[in-house]
Write a protein that binds this ligand. Structure first.
Ligand code: NAP
Ligand code: HSE
Length: 441
């Protein structure tokens, strides 16, 4: 390795500026930490005249990130633009094909094209590093790629989206509504350019697909992940969960099963007295089960300029040290084809909230549909509607719908879905039933 590494950084938004700040703060110590000086040589973004908080006048400017990726003046192309297609993909491909190492935080790109890009990196003998793409500042990728490499991993799961965890936490602690809190997460720089990727669960799925490929040695299969977001979670659900001893978290879960690999992203009720229930705000956690290492859980900041920059620059410093590892922990030709396990085989307890018309026979019909599917109930609570909380006028005996919350004993996804479909068809409820899986992790 030469004793100087030149970076070209494309994207000077939340993460890009965080990287420039980190290099400015600690760059002087990189030669003693790695044996190599690290210089920012050139940058690219959309608008050269934008005020960017840091002085970029000493760096060469490129209007076109693809031209930067091909430039002879850089050794490492750092892609911090984002997006599955378009300029980010073209620039990363260009950099790898022209023999440049690539560091990226772009999980959307990698979830769809990561294996193809890793093949190009393998062929060209360069690094494709993406620690920042999963769980911000938490070293999740390194943990699988390096520290757990000797293990067979059976399960990986976690809270992988800072924006969603921030929203759910603020709703629970402050009783605030979804939209206000989302705006706060956007203002803090946690959310994606299109925040529906966060709240719809897709960002978590992007990250989960990368963890799955690393943990289980299979090809990435983002399109087959079962995904539910947090848009349907109401304050009623959060309060009911609290009273029943649970917190609601958006989890990504990947498991090796006898029928293949199960990958799912959905709101989950976790018991309050567990470590994962206490992961609040934009903090994330990633948990692994290694057959020899046992259970490991990493907790830390999941989004934001500085934690993400920490991961980006640690990837750069690996390259500076001459550490070039296969992107997905093994040669891409050794990744096995992905075999999907059926989601309907999932078993566990369920939280169900129905908005039931207050009329004779409605409850009996619902109980019958549950019994037909052999679903037994641990608890059932009729809640006052939020509109009938103290100080708000409401008629409670006029036949209008009332929230009813049920917790089931262990049952199957297929049984729950069949019962809820019939309950909705029979017209005793006035909205689609809410169903949240309970995990005793
Ligand atoms: P951001 O604040 O929206 O910044 C995006 C940057 O890309 C901007 O500087 C923008 O230029 C530039 N850009 C957009 N389109 C471009 C184009 N066609 N050509 C050149 N430059 C272009 O995004 P971010 O939050 O920093 O996220 C960047 C990447 O990191 C994404 O892949 C994201 O998923 C990932 N990530 C983000 C976080 C986080 O906490 N924010 C954490 C982990 C990973 P202008 O400034 O001129 O508009
Ligand atoms: N939008 C992402 C999040 C950024 O909120 O977790 C970090 O990947």
């Amino acid at each position: 390795m030469a004793n100087e590494l030149n970076l070209g950084i494309a994207g000077l938004g939340t993460v890009g500026i965080g990287v420039l700040e980190l290099v400015s703060a600690h760059g002087h110590s990189f030669p003693s930490r790695t044996g190599c000086a690290v210089n920012v040589q050139a940058v690219s973004a959309r608008d050269r005249r934008k005020n960017r908080k840091v002085d970029i006048s000493s760096y060469e400017w490129f209007d076109d990130p693809v031209a930067l990726a091909a430039s002879d003046g850089i050794d490492v192309f750092v892609e911090l633009i984002g997006g599955e297609e378009g300029v980010a993909r073209t620039a990363v491909e260009t950099a790898l094909k022209s023999g440049k190492h690539v560091v990226t935080a772009n999980k959307a790109l990698l979830a769809s094209h990561g294996v193809a890009l890793a093949k190009i990196a393998d062929e060209n003998g360069v690094a494709l590093n993406f620690e920042a793409a999963v769980a911000g500042g938490i070293p999740a990728i390194k943990t699988i790629r390096e520290s757990l490499l000797a293990n067979d991993i059976t399960r990986v799961y976690g809270i992988l989206n800072g924006t969603c965890n921030y929203i759910l936490t603020r709703m629970q602690k402050e009783g605030r509504n979804f939209d206000d809190v989302l705006q706060e997460a956007q203002d803090a720089g946690y959310a994606e350019a299109d925040p529906s990727f966060d709240v719809g669960g897709h960002d978590t799925a992007h990250k989960l697909s990368l963890l799955t490929t690393l943990a289980f040695g299979v090809e990435t299969s983002f399109d087959t992940i079962y995904v539910e977001g947090i848009e349907s979670i109401s304050l009623t659900d959060i309060e009911a969960a609290d009273e029943l001893g649970y917190r609601i978290k958006l989890l990504g879960v990947a498991l090796r099963t006898n029928s293949g690999i199960e990958q799912r992203v959905h709101p989950t009720m976790v018991p309050k007295n567990t470590a994962i229930a206490e992961v609040d705000g934009a903090t994330n956690c990633v948990a692994f089960n290694g057959d020899f290492a046992g259970d490991i859980m990493l907790i830390g900041p999941g989004a934001g300029a500085h934690p993400t920059a920490s991961s980006v620059v640690s990837d750069v410093l690996d390259i500076a040290k001459g550490v070039i590892l296969p992107p997905f922990a093994r040669h891409t030709n050794d990744l096995e084809p992905y075999k999907r396990a059926r989601m309907r085989a999932h078993e566990g307890g369920y939280y169900i909230r129905l908005s039931v018309y207050d009329r004779p026979g409605a409850f009996a019909a619902i109980a019958e549909r549950m019994a037909e599917q052999e679903i037994s109930l641990e608890s059932i609570v009729q809640r006052r509607p939020r509109s009938a909380l103290p100080g708000i006028d409401a008629q409670l005996d006029d036949g209008s719908p009332l929230p009813v919350v049920m917790i089931t004993h262990k049952t199957t996804e297929a049984a729950i879905r069949a019962a809820l479909e019939k309950i909705e068809d029979e017209g005793n409820v006035n909205e689609t039933p809410q169903m949240i899986r309970i995990e005793k992790l």
